[in-house]
Write a protein that binds this ligand. Sequence first.
Ligand SMILES: *[C@@H]1O[C@H](CO)[C@@H](O)[C@H](O)[C@H]1NC(C)=O
Ligand SMILES: *[C@@H]1O[C@H](CO)[C@@H](O)[C@H](O)[C@H]1NC(C)=O
Ligand SMILES: *[C@@H]1O[C@H](CO)[C@@H](O)[C@H](O)[C@H]1NC(C)=O
Ligand SMILES: *[C@@H]1O[C@H](CO)[C@@H](O)[C@H](O)[C@H]1NC(C)=O
Ligand SMILES: *[C@@H]1O[C@H](CO)[C@@H](O)[C@H](O)[C@H]1NC(C)=O
Ligand SMILES: *[C@@H]1O[C@H](CO)[C@@H](O)[C@H](O)[C@H]1NC(C)=O
Length: 457
Amino acid sequence: MAFWGNVACSLLFVSCVVLLSCDARYDPNWGSLDKRPLPQWYDEAKLGIFIHWGVFSVPSFSSEWFWWDWQGKPLPGVVAFMEKNYRPGFTYADFAEDFTTEFFNPDRWADLFAAAGAKYVVLTSKHHEGFTNWPSKVSFNWNSMDNGPKRDLVGMLADSVKNRTDLHFGLYHSLFEWFHPLYLQDKSRNFTTRDFVKMKTMPELMEIVNAYHPEVIWSDGDWEAPAEYWQSQEFLAWLYNDSPVNNTVVTNDRWGNNISCHHGGFYTCGDRFNPGTLQPHKWENAMTIDKYSWGYRRNAQLSDYLTIEELLATFVSTVSCNGNMLMNVGPTKYGTIPPVFEERLRQLGQWMSVNGEAIYSSKPWTHQNDTVTEGVWYTMKPGPVVYATVLTWPGSNLTLGAPTSTSATVISLLGFPGNLNWKPASPSGVIINIPPIPINKMPCKWAWVFKMEGLSN
Ligand SMILES: *[C@@H]1O[C@H](CO)[C@@H](O)[C@H](O)[C@H]1NC(C)=O
Ligand SMILES: *[C@@H]1O[C@H](CO)[C@@H](O)[C@H](O)[C@H]1NC(C)=O
Ligand SMILES: *[C@@H]1O[C@H](CO)[C@@H](O)[C@H](O)[C@H]1NC(C)=O
Ligand SMILES: *[C@@H]1O[C@H](CO)[C@@H](O)[C@H](O)[C@H]1NC(C)=O
Ligand SMILES: *[C@@H]1O[C@H](CO)[C@@H](O)[C@H](O)[C@H]1NC(C)=O
Ligand SMILES: *[C@@H]1O[C@H](CO)[C@@H](O)[C@H](O)[C@H]1NC(C)=O
């Protein structure tokens, strides 16, 4: 009875919240915009795939900042690379025609991302170089239809991703462009004029939202100018009130100097943000499989890529602390996703197929990691059910300090039949007896999840 009473109460509560959020209109100021509840799908999703793809994928050397590192604030290694390998007078724009994408198969990409267990995909619609991966009406010959691929890369991937029921489509977009003359002019005027925003940034953002209905807008390139220059608050008010994705879209926090980590949708703070402690505001760890670059690098070594053990450690610590992980791959200029990335994605998917119960739709627990054993990260589900993900295989006994057991406590290992023996530890916690499992019966190869029901905390 009490149970059904609670359910009825929470249903009533949920529908009120839903009604309120439907009726709410947002004003173009942070006080109002920050009140918008984050659409629920995003917190439930936990894992997204980030894709850095653009003209920088052609030199595929150094990083996606190649142009800046060559001609903005030159790095000796990048300058030497150009001198050694390209004719004098070669410009960055000359790389574009070699952005051929002849093997791009968006259905295969979408299938791979789904197989990784990801629930959303975020593609660079335009990075700081300014090249748009869609036929933008405000781009003059510096877009994927007029130049290079000769097709709408954003539209093609959007169609394939949206056609998969469990995958949301999102777009990264850089507010600034390193070398755009209008941007440089506004900047030289200390951002007292807004010509670049009026003629480029804002029309572009409206274009991608209206044409592709992205459910994530992942903004970047904001830091040189205040949000008032970018008109970020006006854009977000339109996005939340009147855009075709008004109710489902999520946004990040990179909307102007000193905005990130303070305002917006989910917080990304810095790149690879992973605080290791519970964060009250929903956040995202945007990180890369290649430790040194977001764009593809032809000269990467195997040791430059995170191992599956490192990826899982990053992932479970992120989720335990109220974060999502947005894991980046850098496709080649041919449109392929190199096999090293594919292997990591499929490994993660294999792990999720056994352990996804501890991840999707989970909430942070009262403890994020264990109090006595290192490398143990907790999540929880209603019940309550507490999950402990253990990064190192424990041997014969696993001691956990955080759980408080009762006589009704039941402990199991995800993917392994039956319950495990355990006893209370002193002064608190549990000691789980690990059965001798034959190697061919191990539920997975990395990071094992212990499920605990009937705890008193
Ligand atoms: C969309 O999905 C349906 C059903 O899975 C499939 O038949 C169709 O070919 C897909 N279309 C595209 C463009 O992938
Ligand atoms: C921009 O700001 C700097 C530092 O405050 C100042 O020295 C400069 O004169 C300003 N330039 C313009 C065009 O307002
Ligand atoms: C806002 O979202 C609702 C529900 O998805 C939709 O019916 C409505 O058309 C959207 N508003 C606009 C202006 O597209
Ligand atoms: C940055 O923003 C925060 C929150 O709005 C504010 O408390 C802080 O003073 C700002 N810092 C700077 C350097 O402007
Ligand atoms: C738990 O995490 C915190 C914060 O990351 C860390 O300081 C602490 O050492 C961890 N505890 C154990 C037992 O590893
Ligand atoms: C593990 O626990 C069992 C049962 O409590 C005990 O008999 C055994 O000695 C323990 N093994 C180790 C290595 O502590």
